[in-house]
Design a protein around this ligand. Structure first.
Ligand code: ADP
Length: 193
């Protein structure tokens, strides 16, 4: 399997590039943000609890997202691989993901990080907020809170994969197609078992 983590702060372009990657490599897209928003839409208990935190720009508890990923891995046993988008977001989530994959005799192939500075992120998210309808993209304070959560809780996840020799950073500012080319180059370096 080809198992990719697309990593980066909110607004780095993970969603956009995920679409390109899925189309080319036929991977299953697992975005915890999307999964949580579907729970909210469905009005489930999990969704209601998650919404309160998401509306404040705070991460939802690790157990919640780990459980959702566990279910999805079970659902797609015969996939060509997965692209993890917005997950793992804490070191605890990374450890859990490694364990889950190991139980299927699988592992992460590579983490691809999109690097974008905070000012550009703020501008992109405010712009996305005009059309996305996402409440967490609508005000500057909330966006800053999410970037803060990223810097304090999520950034260490990069070190975790760096230590495993699986980390590749790509400049996330520029033409979408050019960035996708750089992603393809990183993927072509990966040996898939
Ligand atoms: P963005 O990358 O723009 O922040 P996401 O859709 O990935 O958007 O996430 C939206 C919100 O959902 C986050 O601010 C957080 O509250 C919650 N969330 C998504 N994924 C996770 C995760 N892996 N762990 C904890 N919370 C998460």
């Amino acid at each position: 399997m080809l198992n990719l983590i697309l990593f980066g702060p909110p607004g780095a372009g993970k969603g956009t590039q995920s679409e390109n990657i899925i189309a080319k490599y036929k991977l299953i897209h697992l975005s915890t943000g999307d999964l949580l928003r579907s729970e909210i839409q469905a009005g489930s208990e999990l969704g209601l609890k998650a919404k309160t935190l998401m509306d404040q720009g705070i991460l939802v508890p690790d157990e919640v997202v780990i459980g959702m990923i566990d279910n999805k891995l079970k659902e797609h046993r015969n996939a060509a691989g997965f692209i993890f988008d917005g997950f793992p977001r804490t070191v605890k989530q990374s450890e859990a993901l490694d364990q889950l994959l190991a139980s299927y005799d699988e592992s992460i192939s590579v983490m691809i990080a999109l690097v974008v500075d905070d000012n550009e992120l703020l501008a992109r998210l405010l712009n996305r907020g005009k059309t996305s309808g996402r409440p967490d993209d609508q005000n500057e304070e909330l966006i800053s809170k999410r970037i803060q959560e990223y810097n304090s809780k999520t950034k260490p996840v990069a070190d975790y994969y760096q230590e495993q020799g699986k980390f590749v950073a790509i400049d996330g500012i520029g033409e979408i197609d050019f960035i996708f080319e750089e992603i393809n180059k990183a993927i072509s370096q990966v040996t898939v078992k």
